[in-house]
Design a protein around this ligand. Structure first.
Ligand SMILES: Cc1cc2nc3c(=O)[nH]c(=O)nc-3n(C[C@H](O)[C@H](O)[C@H](O)COP(=O)(O)OP(=O)(O)OC[C@H]3O[C@@H](n4cnc5c(N)ncnc54)[C@H](O)[C@@H]3O)c2cc1C
Length: 413
């Protein structure tokens, strides 16, 4: 297939938003993915449009507490030591980014991008007539111990300094807002501007339907390689070659599996995360509630109550961990009282660089190949703005916000 202006590899939230932005601007676009749109990591997340989420997992407290966090079965963070030993570069760079100065700088870069997140997503919601999938009730974070509540001061102050609005909620009021909580509430904070998505996969499917309705082409096949031919790019796919003026790689945690485009030097890893779904229990909360010490959200969504989160640093092809699923079930019952057997268990792969910043920009190998992956905990939130930025770059235009910090050619620690 030939003659496309832009080929997008990967139809998760990031790739589908990119395809829809580019098609809406009048380009001839092809989207390449062997799987249905939004059926990967973009389907099973905690559903939050987390515009407040500028604090990275990289944090000085991780450095101090890593041995305890990574060896306790009762921690929201799990680490496969054999995986860490096989990937010492990623691990060391991740830890180097936990230094206080780096963590603050990373938070600043993420806050700048998050401030534009709604401006990148809302036009797509409108084009795709997906307003019914978006709920604006804010997000509530609770701390269940006095020690963790007090330790949250610095992070909350940094959020405020970076322009994030939040309101301190008296614990008794938090209970009135969310009467289903059975946890002790030592502290609660509400992010009034946050929204959530009733069903993230349905949102991506809606974006994809709008893309197709505007004439966008979909190739249901795996891409294996990209090659700059001098003035255009050829994508090798299992369904034959695809030729385009620009190629956007948006294959999430799997982006390094596509040959070409300087993949070898990009330290892309994954933070695996889990969810449990309880089909009949959506009424337990009225908005996404994050339990800080638990490391997960309880979200009311179209398909039921979703408990989603935790971080497991392990290989892409390692089997799901029964221990991690058991952790979510046990801590979920602590948070909300007894829960039935889950109707669904799920493992997903956050695409994560060691500095918790995405790669958005030209590949070091070719100005015609653009990277758009590595959105870690924030891909649902940042897919829209990433799609707009990448479309600007494909058109040879400067985006209207700084993106140097997201350069694929940057130093990652
Ligand atoms: C438990 C959990 C909770 C989360 N909660 C939130 C949240 O509340 N809010 C938020 O903003 N983010 C959240 N995230 C993060 C978010 O889900 C991810 O950052 C986001 O889904 C990544 O989107 P993506 O499009 O980059 O990747 P994906 O959704 O993984 O999509 C990549 C696509 O590329 C395709 N692909 C792969 N290889 C190839 C190939 N060779 N050729 C063609 N196509 C290919 C795949 O089939 C897939 O469709 C959470 C993640 C997890 C795991």
């Amino acid at each position: 297939m030939a003659g496309f202006d832009i080929a997008v590899i990967g139809g998760g939230i990031v790739g589908t938003c990119t395809a829809l932005w580019a098609q809406t601007r009048g380009h001839r676009v092809v989207l390449i993915d062997p799987a249905p749109p939004g059926s990967g990591t973009s389907s099973g997340n905690a559903c939050t449009l987390a515009t407040y989420g500028c604090l990275p997992v990289n944090d000085p407290s991780v450095l101090r507490n890593l041995p305890r966090l990574a060896t306790s079965g009762d921690s929201p963070l799990a680490l496969s030591w054999s995986h860490a030993l096989r990937n010492p570069g990623w691990m060391l760079a991740f830890l180097a980014n936990c230094r206080a100065g780096r963590a603050r700088a990373i938070a600043g870069h993420l806050a700048g991008l998050l401030a534009q997140a709604d401006a990148g997503l809302n036009p797509l919601i409108e084009v795709a007539e997906a307003q019914d999938l978006i709920v604006a009730r804010g997000q509530l974070t609770v701390w269940s111990t006095e020690a963790a509540a007090a330790a949250a001061d610095a992070g909350l102050a940094l959020r405020r300094a970076l322009g994030v609005s939040w309101t301190e909620i008296h614990p008794a009021d938090a209970r009135r807002m969310e009467p289903g909580l059975t946890l002790p509430v030592a502290r609660a904070v509400h992010y009034p501007e946050a929204r959530h998505v009733r069903d993230p996969q349905a949102l991506v499917a809606r974006f994809h339907a709008a893309f197709a309705a505007q004439g966008g082409v979909t190739v249901t096949a795996r891409a294996t390689a990209t090659r700059d031919t001098g003035d255009r790019v050829e994508v090798t796919t299992e369904a034959g070659p695809v030729d385009a003026g620009r190629v956007v790689i948006a294959a999430g945690a799997f982006a390094r599996q596509i040959a070409g485009a300087g993949r070898a030097r990009l330290p892309l890893g994954t933070e695996r995360g889990y969810h449990l779904l309880f089909a009949g229990d959506a009424h337990r909360v009225t908005r996404p509630v994050g339990w800080a010490e638990g490391g997960f959200y309880a979200t009311p969504m179209a398909r039921g109550l979703r408990l989603a989160g935790t971080v497991e640093i392990a290989a892409l092809d390692a089997p799901p961990s029964a221990n991690r699923l058991g952790y979510l079930a046990r801590r979920g019952a602590e948070m909300l009282g007894p829960l039935p057997e889950p109707d669904e268990t799920w493992l997903g792969f956050r695409p994560t660089f060691p500095d918790s910043l995405p790669a958005i920009g030209p590949s070091p190998a070719s100005p015609r190949i653009l990277h758009a992956f590595g959105h870690q905990h924030l891909g649902l939130t940042l897919g829209g703005i990433t799609g707009r930025i990448v479309t600007d770059l494909a058109e040879g235009r400067a985006p209207n916000q700084p993106i140097a910090a997201f350069s694929p050619a940057r130093r990652f620690f």
